[in-house]
Design a binder for this molecule. Structure first.
Ligand code: ATP
Ligand code: MG
Length: 461
């Protein structure tokens, strides 16, 4: 085929032919209005709905005021990619927050907060920082990287503490009012845990919280050892400085290592999964702020689909609400949630290798469904490891044995990219890509949402 005819095949009309008698492009296709520069634009061309100043844009495709208002509110209340930074959008978690506060305040302890990815550790730390500052604590927050350096990180933490709180600095003196920081009293070069603890023990008139988030990313054993030494030294000196360490781990030891000497100085707090009431609260906060209403059954389904993960709960609420708003609706129903699950599935697929996606699709809607559902749920343990026994406990058919499940898993290990290991004579499994169980779970959830008995099943629960 000649080039010209191929072009004509793809694009049968010339631009000239598309114009009407007045030489204008037809309204349904190309011209609806002009953009800010006065150029012609087509009405259905995707555009931002708000300016970067968070103000709704008028003009082409402008939507109803309450819909735009709801969009802004949802971006704050259901954004799945950012931690919560203030109390007004923080749902539930009161139990773990009060344990955290009491560990610091009543037990003068250091705390290690651990749990799976996306379970809400950073959000909880932000809210803790907020309430601690209200009680005049000085809070320094650091996100650890793989190559965290002990001296750099703690120098930066002590730059948040005014020198005024050093025991040796008298109030109302030039030194106290110079705006200098405690970090100025550190040696110019590297320093160790005992030098740092000695300086920290000079703090009076306040308490300091040093939050070390994403601690699991630190690879240097030396850094971890120094932090353990610091905890021991701070405790021994009864310094007014507390460390709050957070990261992905299944237990305290996994995160900070096995250091017998600091066991008594640290309280480990596991980050629990969201309860149904907490998901309800998350939805209620979004509803109150945005004016969008969720069908009550929907909240229950979001809770079941999210398996207690605030990340997944927010993602589904966000997509479902956006879907409703895109259709000019302020009430979110099951249809919107179905589209939200489709979108979430497509997003997870985008993070996986195409071959894995093709293999996993074959596994859903077949004889493996109950096992796949059970192992997706079992894999939501804080470190992702699960056993045949934990899968059996989730299976509806109790006649299945752990050995049978282990055999099935051995058969599926390649397709599911399962790692295996033996611990205390029990075989354990883990997905090497943590997108996989979420993907499988959502795929099965999607099938369930299509079930004609869904609404009746939910009302009878
Ligand atoms: N209490 C909460 N109320 C409302 N949303 C929450 C709450 N906790 C967490 N979220 C939401 O869940 C998602 C994950 O939260 P967050 O980033 O705090 O988790 P994380 O455990 O720190 O994750 P990671 O392991 O990836 O660091 C975010 O979108 C956050 O806004
Ligand atoms: Mg985090």
């Amino acid at each position: 085929m000649a080039v010209g005819s191929a072009l004509k095949f793809l694009w049968p009309f010339s631009r000239r032919e598309q114009r009407d008698e007045e030489g204008q492009f037809p309204a349904s296709g190309y011209v609806a209005s002009r953009d800010v520069r006065g150029a012609r634009v087509r009405a259905d061309f995707p555009n931002f709905r708000a300016s970067a100043l968070d103000r709704p844009l008028g003009g082409v495709g402008a939507e109803r005021r309450e819909i735009s208002r709801a969009r802004f509110a949802l971006a704050t209340y259901f954004t799945p990619t950012q931690p919560v930074t203030d109390r007004s959008s923080f749902a539930g978690r009161l139990g773990v927050l009060s344990r955290l506060i009491s560990a610091i305040e009543s037990q003068r302890s250091h705390v290690v907060l651990y749990g799976e990815r996306g379970i809400g550790k950073t959000s909880l730390l932000h809210v803790l920082a907020d309430v601690a500052r209200e009680s005049s604590y000085i809070v320094s927050y650091a996100t650890c990287g793989a190559h965290a350096d002990f001296s750099d990180l703690f120098r930066s933490a002590l730059s948040d503490v005014p020198l005024l709180f050093h025991r040796g600095v008298a109030p109302n003196t030039d030194e106290a009012e110079s705006g200098r920081k405690l970090a100025d009293r550190l040696p110019a070069g590297p320093f160790d845990a005992s030098e740092l603890a000695a300086l920290c023990s000079e703090i009076v008139g306040t308490r300091v919280l040093i939050v070390l988030d994403e601690y699991d990313r630190v690879t240097s054993p030396d850094f971890r050892q120094q932090v353990a030494e610091l905890i021991k030294n701070l405790s021994d000196r009864a310094a007014r400085v507390h460390l709050v360490i957070a990261g992905v781990a299944s237990n305290l030891q996994e995160l900070i290592g096995y250091v017998p000497s600091i066991r008594r100085n640290v309280i480990g707090l596991p980050m629990p999964r969201l309860e149904e009431e907490e998901v309800q609260e998350m939805v209620a906060l979004g509803e109150a702020a945005s004016g969008v209403r969720f069908d009550p059954n929907l909240t229950r389904v979001v809770h079941l689909l999210s398996l207690g993960s605030p990340y997944l709960a927010r993602l589904l609420c966000h997509h479902a609400a956006q879907e409703a708003l895109d259709h000019g609706r302020l009430t979110v129903d099951m249809g919107h949630l179905r589209s939200a699950v489709d979108l979430a599935i497509a997003e997870v697929e985008g993070r996986m290798a195409p071959r894995a996606v093709a293999e996993l699709r074959k596994l859903v809607s077949g004889r493996y469904d109950p096992v796949v559902a059970a192992l997706s749920e079992a894999s939501r343990s804080s470190d992702g490891w699960f056993s045949g026994r934990s899968v059996v406990q989730l299976l509806p058919n109790t006649s299945v044995t752990a050995q049978q499940v282990e055999r099935e898993l051995a058969e599926l290990a390649g397709k599911l990219q399962l790692e295996t290991e033996n611990v205390d004579e029990e075989r354990r499994f883990r997905f090497s890509d943590d997108n996989l169980p979420v993907y499988l779970w959502l795929m099965l959830g999607r099938t369930r949402l299509d079930s004609p008995t869904l609404e009746a099943d939910l009302s009878s629960r």
